[in-house]
Design a protein around this ligand. Sequence first.
Ligand code: ATP
Ligand code: MG
Length: 593
Amino acid sequence: MKQSKLLIQTLREVPRDAEVVSQQLMMRAGMIQKLAAGIYDYLPLAFRSIRKFEEIVREELNKDGCQELLMPMVQPGELWQESGRWQFYGKELLRFQDRKGADFCLGPTHEEVITDIVRRNVRSYKQLPMNLYQIQTKFRDELRPRFGLMRGREFIMKDAYSFCVDDADADREYWVMFNAYKRIFSRLGVKFRSVEADSGAIGGSFTHEFQVLAGSGEDAILSCNNCEYTSNIDKTEAPLVPGQDHGPAFELKKDHFCTPGVVGQVEQAAGMQDADHDGMPISQTSKFFLYLCTFFDGSTKLVGAVLRGDHEVNLVKVKNYAGAMALELMPIEEAEAFTGAKSGFMGPVGLKNVQFVVDRSLQSAVNLTCGANRTDYHHFGLDPARDLPGCTFADIRMAAEGDPCPRCGKGTFEAFRGIEVGQVFKLGTKYSKSMGCTFLDENQLEKPMVMGCYGIGITRTVVAAIEQNYDADGIIWPWPIAPYQIHLLNLDPSNADVNVIANRLEKELEAAGFEVLHDDREGMSPGAKFKDADLLGFPLRAMVGSRGLKEGVVELRDRRTKDVRKFKPEHMVAETKMARDRILLELEEAGGR
Ligand code: ATP
Ligand code: MG
């Protein structure tokens, strides 16, 4: 392919609204352009990478007998009514009506449509298990689309759905897909982790995310440095901390400490002084949050969460404890009106119509301080089990780096940031029951199929690969998804001899199976071509110029190592093959676990 004919506009400057490296580089390299918030054009170079990654996904899924199909992006609202999700899927679901007034939506995911297909076409246990997938554009009206293709509103996803006769077979299929995902991300050579995760609103019972490790990742991951336990922090089990000895239990002394105007937890703890106390250890203070929970049937409830002063609340855990569809912190003005105190002085004691959940690290705690629901005052002597009748103790805190691992009890947690590129879910019978997707077993008994669903963010994975592979000059493409493998630079297109050799090398390399972008542009200095080539970041750069040809040599440069080899033009194909083999070997060694 001749670069003079390629649709590409590289940029010198970093676009102002590009926040993360991958987005900056993709925009500067002329790969993507923004059409609207979270909606991008995939220009030819980006499209080639996307297609290549899709092919890797297809190859690995087809090996496991998955069948590819393609479902409509526009979905009838009726199906979503049937599954029950029409009411509670939030604003991410873009809904609209056709000219007859019938409800439709743009597919953010396809459980409803696939379940409908299978219930219409599969009747017997003999046809199961079945695993169906598609690679398709999804639309989610994300609240904050950002980071280019990383969190778009429109993006490409591979979504697969499995249908099995029972739980055991659904488990088997789950691990088949889990292993296929490992192969897929290993083939890219990216560093990744499979992590235990929360199953969220999709309604699953068991799930892993695949996370590409990158500082810009939106997810926090904790991983034990001794055992295999690796988990999204939303889900990470917090270790039980040893009970603190706060002496023999006192009565609850109301409005005991007066710490006017001091709101921060540490400052408050220091300010809690009386004849016996010269401040409190922060572990003896408690913090309190009021949440408004909304349930799937539309009802609401107030949940009050109580934690140790130095612990962080984990909203996902509180939401799961409550069994809520959504949870939001009570707006500050409402909370002030409800408790009668300013922020910093709110507490659980005496509040009516609130369901209390207390973090389990306070299970046997006594003599705690807590907000008095009177501005500037704290109670002293809180014993949650005694003073909050009907409260439940549960794990609702964020585990943290350095915490001992609750699984093996030997290691401690290390923290990473990750980009979620894929997720595997055990769905169970949620959709098959609500939508009547059943089969007849050997005894002619009708049973619901047991489902799983499995997503890979195709466009997000390409972005994640860039987040892990770049330097100050530009992208360093992993070989398997590089838009082209070889960037052939003609450094003197006005010189007829150079042109002849460059065109010949282009043909020879292509004949040997390489994908070549031939920079034949006229009127550009070699320096400008080098800059563009570094920015585009194809794995190998072949260079032909009059200076080299005078000595009878052309050059080949490795984008990652910057190693340059010089040799006669007739050795180009052999040298390129050797360089490729070396790169692929390194890639294999770099692959994540
Ligand atoms: P997130 O937590 O990042 O919003 P999700 O858990 O809602 O993602 P899934 O429903 O599991 O996403 O979708 C499967 C995959 O699709 C994700 O693992 C991710 O790689 C990709 N994906 C999801 N949302 C987006 C988005 N807004 N832009 C690009 N890719 C996305
Ligand atoms: Mg997910």
